[in-house]
Design a protein around this ligand. Sequence first.
Ligand SMILES: C[S@@+](CC[C@H](N)C(=O)[O-])C[C@H]1O[C@@H](n2cnc3c(N)ncnc32)[C@H](O)[C@@H]1O
Length: 317
Amino acid sequence: MSTSEPLNPEDEAVFAEINQTELQKNIPANAADQAAFVNALAISQHGNEAFARIAKIIPAELLGTRSLAELMARDTLPIPGPDDREGYSPTEWRYWGSGLLDYLKVLAQCERYGVTLEKVFDFGAASGRVLRHFAVQGPATEVWGSDFNIRHVRWLQEFLPNVTAIVNRESPGLPVEDHYFDVVTAFSVFTHIDAWESAWLAELRRVLRPGGLAYVTIHDEATWEELRQLKEQQTEQKSRLYRSLAAADVQFTTLVVQPLPAERLVYEFAKHGPYRAQVFHASSYVRRVWGQAFEVLEIIPRHHVHQSVVVMRKPSQ
Ligand SMILES: C[S@@+](CC[C@H](N)C(=O)[O-])C[C@H]1O[C@@H](n2cnc3c(N)ncnc32)[C@H](O)[C@@H]1O
């Protein structure tokens, strides 16, 4: 296990955009990619040190009556190697633990809103950081994930045996019947979708059953405020997101001390690639525009590290 931890691991964990391989920059080209995967050991094979570190990042109230030791023992599937983690943590314990944390947070929202979880779909799942926990720990009986990065989908197909993994194109839709899933999730995906946002929301709504839950992360005012604080504390250079926005727009460092300047703000870095843009949504925009497709139940500030979580329900009719 690598012992080199980044300066600010949480920041590294979410804002992977700079650490992109050529494959990830060029999504169609990776259809031809057949390079072998070099995986890391399953978490079940990690020892007490990993347990102790993971225990520190999982709040007891989220674990409830579950035993962390049992959750770890149950997951005997390999962990993708660092090159196939979409830039998420270089340490296996943090990679696995961050996925577990998000998984438990989704379960907590299902419980809060009385949603029975049998069929779950993770849009933009990468190599299954969160999805693997649904596949291994339950309670879902059908676990689906998609990505437009074909190498990720190949990883899921090879190493997560209980998952239906599909490639989607940059534009919708999905080869899934209407009203199929109880829960759809999208972690750090709508933070990068510049075009096709409304179309993807409509597609996620289509595949969700009436009363089903959507759990989607965004950059919002809370993220913007955190960036402002970083500047105020002169620690902004530690943040990849801050650095990338400052590089994309010379006005950003002036704008960031003011309130979020638009309801939907897109910082465009390139014409192609999964990280060609960083997108910010004001909560007013989410409630007004996303609220046309879903009932927006709540927006939980910075519930996914720097990103906020939009919890939505598909109306019954
Ligand atoms: C920051 S990563 C997050 C990965 C994963 N959701 C997680 O939290 O570990 C964003 C992922 O979304 C994928 N992605 C971005 N836009 C997408 C789209 N339109 N369709 C499918 N996947 C997309 C990228 O390929 C990448 O795997």
